[in-house]
Design a protein around this ligand. Sequence first.
Ligand SMILES: NC(=O)c1ccc[n+]([C@@H]2O[C@H](COP(=O)([O-])OP(=O)(O)OC[C@H]3O[C@@H](n4cnc5c(N)ncnc54)[C@H](O)[C@@H]3O)[C@@H](O)[C@H]2O)c1
Length: 313
Amino acid sequence: MALYLVTGGAGFIGSHLCDALIARGDRVRVLDDLSTDHLSNLPPGIDFLKGDIADPEAAAKATQDVDGCFHLAAIASVERGVNDWTGTHKANLTGAITIFDALRRTGAPVVYASSAAVYGDCQTIPIDETADRSPLSAYGADKLGCELHARVASHVHGIPAVGLRFFNVYGPRQDPKSPYSGVISISGVISIFCQRIGDGAPIAIFGDGGQTRDFVHVSDVVKALLAAMALKPTDAPVFNVCTGQATSVLDLAHLIADLAGKPLNHSFQPPRAGEIRHSLGNPARLRATLHAADPVQLRTGLAGVLAWMAASR
Ligand SMILES: NC(=O)c1ccc[n+]([C@@H]2O[C@H](COP(=O)([O-])OP(=O)(O)OC[C@H]3O[C@@H](n4cnc5c(N)ncnc54)[C@H](O)[C@@H]3O)[C@@H](O)[C@H]2O)c1
């Protein structure tokens, strides 16, 4: 049985990855500081270490004897990066380097979470991996930093490293109450809309609702993570994790209302400063190398989120 470390394993994506690793018979260790307070996300049978990824001792202990590391822990918030620039930098980039550094002692491969935020407001869509990287936030800049340091980990220290640029991930367990999930540029719009529309509450749409996003289901993200771990490359590649399908925020709201069987009660609010108009990834490299075909259709995935929310009420 292989042993995998999942940093941020108590989070939304990390907990789904832990489920998948346990289900296929692997052993799982999680390093998480529980800053988003979701210990209940973790399945039984996990070796749980509470600690900070930027703490070298915690990183050394967590990486001991592992066969691979999925590095997902981060403060996944553009807003937090505005309000606490140095604090988020410590988690998002110093934390990543600390984990890469600890892995030098093991030689184990790492698959780490990057983000579509590295592209900034890319004018050519769909965006492929060769597009300019011009992050517009501290969060995106730190994710780009992770990619650059993953190249160092690979080229200088011989650690196989794969970066996954997640687009807007959604699925069960995404917390609509999280201060992060209100940020449309990351992904939480789905959990907020599902909760409020499901409750018959009004929703606010910023701007005209014509902004589009590439929503990818968390189960497809987990498949990409597992396939990336099997690669063990020497050139630190990066992959978009996306569907190549654009959905406008207004269409999304109508679709959720339709699935929930509720009327859509929405208001339009002034557009948010700096919000990216269109974000759409090109999944060609993902499909060719990580064999990620047939992503979950948005309608199917949303029905699952609504069912999960109804069951947890
Ligand atoms: N959800 C998305 O749409 C999305 C999009 C792009 C990239 N990502 C990236 O994917 C990864 C996982 O995202 P998520 O949506 O599951 O976020 P999440 O907030 O649900 O999970 C992150 C986890 O990391 C933990 N954590 C935060 N700082 C830590 C620290 N210093 N030490 C140890 N643990 C710490 C938190 O407690 C949490 O459990 C993150 O790196 C995020 O930036 C997510």
